[in-house]
Design a protein around this ligand. Sequence first.
Ligand code: IMP
Ligand code: MG
Length: 181
Amino acid sequence: MGQDLEKVLVTEEQITTRLQEMGAQIDADYAGRDLLIVGVLKGAVMVMADLARALHSPVAMDWMAVSSYGAGTTSSGVVRILKDLETDIKDRDVLIVEDVIDSGLTLSWLVGNLKSRGPASVEICTMVRKPLAFDVDLDVRYVGFDLPNEFIVGYGLDYAERYRNLPLIGTLAPHVYEDDA
Ligand code: IMP
Ligand code: MG
């Protein structure tokens, strides 16, 4: 896959180091509480797997899948649940785990949806935040990396369902898009 990359923005080592820091912070913040981490499929698979192993308490893990109708294209913020939680989150401390926050519209909707179920708390952890996310009223507690407004792949992030398995985060070389056109 190396020849398909243009730039490496975050190396595998930087991801590992940052996850240890975030894990320590989350351990401290939730000490003595019964945390449920919720991964948003499919992008958050890598962060969930690695973040969970950086935590030192026996957290519960659950998953949601949502489809958003094109942030910026049509009805932005209109979201459909494709797979719901199996856990009743009433009175639970919930931490949503995401790969990237771009417009933040999907996540705003998700936070509202989860809060309506009566949890003790809902917080957000994302590996990457992009600048547009600051335009939406979204309180993001844990951020791995603030990156510029570019299309990125790797570490769960896809281009046309590929490159999620890159262990680093980077941008794709123009030929990848040209080959697809
Ligand atoms: P939102 O714009 O914050 O609602 O992001 C919606 C979804 O778009 C994210 O969960 C990702 O699946 C996807 N996305 C946003 N930016 C990127 C990117 O740079 N690469 C790959 N997927 C992205
Ligand atoms: Mg995606």
